[in-house]
Design a protein around this ligand. Sequence first.
Ligand code: NAD
Length: 293
Amino acid sequence: MARIAFIGLGNMGGPMAANLVKAGHEVLGFDLAASVLKAAEASGVKPASHVSQAVKDAEIVISMLPQGRHVLTAWTDILQSTAQDTLVIDCSTIDVESSRKAHEMAKAAGCLSLDAPVSGGTGGASAGTLTFMAGGSDEAFLKGKPILEAMGKKIVHCGEAGAGQAAKICNNMILGISMVGVCEAFVLAEKLGLSHQALFDVASTSSGQCWSINTYCPVPGPVPTSPANNGYKPGFAAALMLKDLKLSQEAALASGASTPMGAEAAQLFALFEKQGNGGRDFSAIIEMFREKA
Ligand code: NAD
């Protein structure tokens, strides 16, 4: 079993660290928020008073932080206190540029590194069923895979440094665009007098099928487990969808990719958040289209 340092024990990091403890690893944790650190302690994480204390003697270090700037700050501290050959894994969703910079910092310090963002949300983090999208060398991936398996059910090696972040933001750009499309179709169906169930029965089994309709249907009824049946309680909050769409647009600008639908989806979710909906599930954007209609 490994000695693991876990930096950032919030909504995702807390349950992920708890699953590492359940798998028999020794986990030392650090978070800037004392209340968060205390909650993690209750699940068996040993609290550290500083990053350096958590990572000293750790074989693996994992970070789960809000944004690229938090990751670069934390990795600066981490890499000052770790031994050479330590594997440092960032599971946050951040911009590709910061991710690649973090990999370069690790290489300069003689450490192995992976970017390994996740999908599956807080439910997947608690259940240990996350999907990890990893970027980094074969050596880093082989060392990290058994650790990630304690927190997830699917671990994909997407390529070199930054490839995990690239896969994550491309996937979530598809999701943002497809949810907008599915919501528009239900609003049009309402105007045309077509029932939700009839549209679902046709589209979910024909060429309109996608995760946004088959699994996460934005109207109550056809898929009883979707957030639409629960007052649009997240699930996946609209603010997080907006964050990922913004990352996709930054990456499109930096790489010269043309993503007009991604840009449109980013604008629509920005408007939805501005109207006070950032904490609601992202599929609630259907209400904005109804109002507009
Ligand atoms: P969160 O805000 O609940 O947790 C982040 C934690 O990081 C906080 O507790 C904060 O105190 C801590 N932190 C910030 N800077 C720090 C530092 N320098 N050192 C130590 N701790 C620090 O966020 P979350 O929902 O757990 O999300 C974490 C990451 O996972 C984000 O990048 C997010 O986009 C991604 N993500 C979230 C979800 C989700 O459903 N919540 C799903 C997939 C991916």
